[in-house]
Design a protein. Structure first.
Length: 462
């Protein structure tokens, strides 16, 4: 009996242990299952990575460790063009480039136009003109922006060298107390297609046009560093005060020059520089001293160059290479008094008291029977002697009326009887690139980089 009871106790103890073990196993499995579920829930709460995000993530991984140059080479072409082709804002002046405000504006486009003012939009059909005055109600919303549905916008209310000009990009109108200000906003490369034919004849050699395109682009980039007209957010205007823009129609050769040099600028010590240019040299160029600026580290690329090759001066056979003026003393007396604001009486002598690099006149003293006047810098000297009261005789024998400025400040002056004879050379300020010089160099097989290297010292084109 005791043995039987003992066995029963052992069985109960065994089953109890077995049951307790089973309970622990079940609890453990339940905890494990719950942990997996919680882990699954945590993963599913993370934002799913989209395919486009995966591509970006892969690109970041792929780019890791690469140089900037390698990354730039792999940039999407459209993105690279956009990065290298920023917008420039050009203030469009009135007829004759005489003023910045217009009494009214008339626009049209062969493809039709889209007008935006405030949050409003209005469409104009093909060739339908939009005429707008300074008091138009649209200006209550601020600036009015007009874009062509396709192609260009014609400004019918102004005239340029080739008639009514047409513009790429957007025409922005702003009303002021004086009238309407027109700003043309467009990619700089498109802008250059309107500058190059306006600054250099499209009939010039392609390599000369390419040199002009690089100069114009360099100048534009420097001007884009700040607004010349901050109140209108315009970098420049379209006159000779900056670069003449859209005065001549775009030409295939000029546009080709822009395209083949796309993005290229002139750099000095790694920085983009202002590349001044002018019409014709006398065989030499000058420096910024001609404008009263001392030579320095930043303008060292503008040096006095000899514009010649193996056969002598490149421009020696061109009309403006040499010229002369013979004018009565009375005529010059009046011009000097008018242009300098000082009446010196009857002119008795003119003396060049200081010359700069290239033998350019940078200081002049005119003496009359009632006083004297001293004029400094090439531009003011040319202005003092400028006028339409005399003829200018070019070396080919042709004559033209005098202008507001003497052709250049590369000249000598001598009194003969009651007349003054001025012997000069070149046309323009003489700083930087001579355009006809560039063309003659191109005719002799020089490429645009060789042309630029002659006129600008120690520069790179990139």
């Amino acid at each position: 009996m005791k043995k039987k009871q003992k066995k029963n106790k052992e069985r109960l103890l065994y089953y109890g242990i077995a049951l307790l073990t089973a309970v622990f196993v079940v609890v453990g499995l339940t905890a494990a299952i719950k942990g997996v579920a919680e882990e699954s829930a945590e993963v599913s709460s993370v934002k799913e990575v989209k395919p486009e995000d995966e591509e970006k993530a892969d690109k970041v991984k792929a780019d890791h460790g690469k140089t900037d140059e390698e990354k730039n080479e792999e940039t999407d072409p459209d993105e690279k063009i956009k990065a290298d082709n920023p917008d420039i804002r050009v203030l469009v002046m009135t007829n004759g480039f005489s003023d910045i405000t217009h009494s009214q504006v008339s626009l049209s486009s062969e493809s039709g136009m889209i007008v935006t003012y405030g949050e409003n939009k209005k469409e104009y059909k093909e060739e339908k003109s939009l005429k707008i005055a300074p008091d138009h109600e649209w200006f209550d919303e601020g600036a009015v922006r007009v874009g062509a549905k396709k192609g260009k916008i014609k400004i019918e209310s102004i005239k340029r060298g080739d008639g009514q000009p047409s513009y790429d990009g957007v025409i922005e109108l702003r009303s002021t107390a004086e009238g309407i200000v027109i700003v043309n906003e467009l990619p700089v490369e498109s802008y250059l297609c309107g500058v190059v034919p306006s600054e250099m004849p499209a009939s010039y050699e392609l390599e000369a046009l390419k040199a002009q395109a690089v100069c114009a682009r360099s100048y534009a980039y420097r001007q884009m560093e700040k607004y010349a007209y901050p109140e209108y957010e315009a970098h420049i205007n379209d006159s000779t005060s900056y670069q003449v823009y859209n005065n001549s129609k775009q030409a295939k050769a000029s546009s080709k020059a822009v395209k083949e040099t796309a993005g290229q600028t002139v750099r000095y010590k790694g920085e983009i520089v202002s590349t001044y240019f002018y019409s014709t040299s006398c065989g030499k160029t000058t420096t910024m001293e001609a404008w009263g600026t001392k030579p320095g580290k930043k303008n060292g690329y503008l040096y006095s160059a000899e514009v010649k090759g193996e056969n002598g001066d490149y421009e020696k056979d061109l009309p403006w290479y040499r010229w002369s003026v013979t004018a009565p003393a009375e005529t010059l007396s009046d011009l000097i008094g008018l242009n300098t604001g000082k009446d010196i009486g009857r002119l008795e002598s003119i003396e060049i008291t200081k010359r700069g690099p290239g033998d350019v006149a940078i200081a002049m003293k005119a003496v009359g029977d009632e006083g004297s006047v001293t004029v400094k810098t090439e531009n003011k000297i040319r202005k003092a002697l400028g006028g339409s009261e005399y003829k200018i005789r070019r070396q080919d024998g042709s004559e033209t009326d005098g202008r507001d400025l003497l052709p250049s400040a590369f000249f000598t002056v001598e009194k003969k009887g009651d007349k003054f004879v001025i012997q000069g050379g070149g046309f323009g300020h003489g700083i930087g690139m001579s355009q006809t010089g560039a063309n003659e160099m191109a005719k002799q097989g020089k490429n645009y980089k060789e042309i630029l290297a002659l006129f600008y010292k120690d520069i790179t084109v990139e």
